[in-house]
Write a protein that binds this ligand. Structure first.
Ligand SMILES: [Zn+2]
Ligand SMILES: [Zn+2]
Length: 254
């Protein structure tokens, strides 16, 4: 502790954005104000809006999750912070992003926290390539600080999918449909089946949401396994190009 204080004196934490010495760490007050906060957005899909409420797409074809908690729009400098975390394993960036999600979760007026978090799983080969799953790192830190369960290990990605960013909105859904599964314990294992009946409210955690096709595939899977309410927790909302289409957002059973 003494050593870390001494180090702070010698090398004070610097703002993640402008590099100015920032005793509290994270971003300096000026940069914090300038961040692309997703202040007014659709409650269902987090699309930026001029006022709170639901966007037109969600009015007609709501996504298979109930609420999207997404503190930022995917724009500079947040996009750089996410990329440094994801591709250069800058864990300080990941911790900062997780703390912003935690604040957003704690400031949700009149909304219950989920009982458990599940990260969008990576395919094992992709995870080996990248060295870690950024969504799982976020989910485990959030679960710890909010004192809820991290159920990420119960989900798996069975099929290796093409990167969603390379596909049109239409192809994104078919790319991820059926890619995820609830992990089945080995035969003769005594592990109880998941989810237990008492688990009714889960949030899916990912770094960026674009068309929402990946999150929707995970949400539909959780619904099929009897989870009543699924929310979506993401660091940033990117604008889908082309814009969200109805086929990307059909509720289960439609
Ligand atoms: Zn700054
Ligand atoms: Zn919406």
């Amino acid at each position: 502790l003494l050593l870390s204080r001494l180090l702070d004196l010698l090398y004070p934490p610097r703002c993640l954005v402008c590099g100015l010495a920032t005793p509290a760490g994270g971003t300096c007050p000026a940069c914090t104000l300038e961040l692309p906060w997703n202040t007014h957005s659709c409650r269902r899909c987090a699309l930026p809006l001029l006022a709170d409420g639901n966007c037109i797409t969600c009015e007609y074809a709501p996504p298979p999750w109930e609420l999207a908690l997404v503190p930022f729009r995917y724009a500079l400098p947040v996009s750089h912070i996410i990329q440094a975390f994801k591709f250069q394993r800058r864990m300080d960036r990941g911790a900062w992003l997780g703390a912003r999600l935690q604040e957003a979760a704690e400031n949700l007026p009149g909304e219950a926290l989920p009982q458990a978090l599940v990260a969008v799983p990576l395919h094992p080969s992709r995870q080996r390539q990248r060295g870690f799953n950024q969504a799982a790192t976020l989910a485990s830190a959030l679960a710890r600080s909010l004192r809820i369960e991290d159920a990420s290990s119960h989900l798996e990605r069975r099929r290796r999918t093409r990167p969603q960013s390379a596909l049109s909105a239409e192809h994104r859904r078919s790319n991820v449909d059926g890619a995820f599964a609830v992990h089945t314990p080995r035969r003769r294992s005594r592990a109880p089946t998941w989810p237990p009946r008492t688990l009714q409210h889960v949030a899916v955690v990912d770094d960026v949401v674009t068309t929402g096709a990946t999150a929707a595939a995970v949400a539909r899977l959780l619904h099929r396994h009897g989870i009543e309410r699924v929310d979506l927790w993401c660091c940033a909302r990117a604008l889908a190009v082309p814009p969200l289409t109805q086929t990307d957002n059909r509720a289960p059973g439609q």
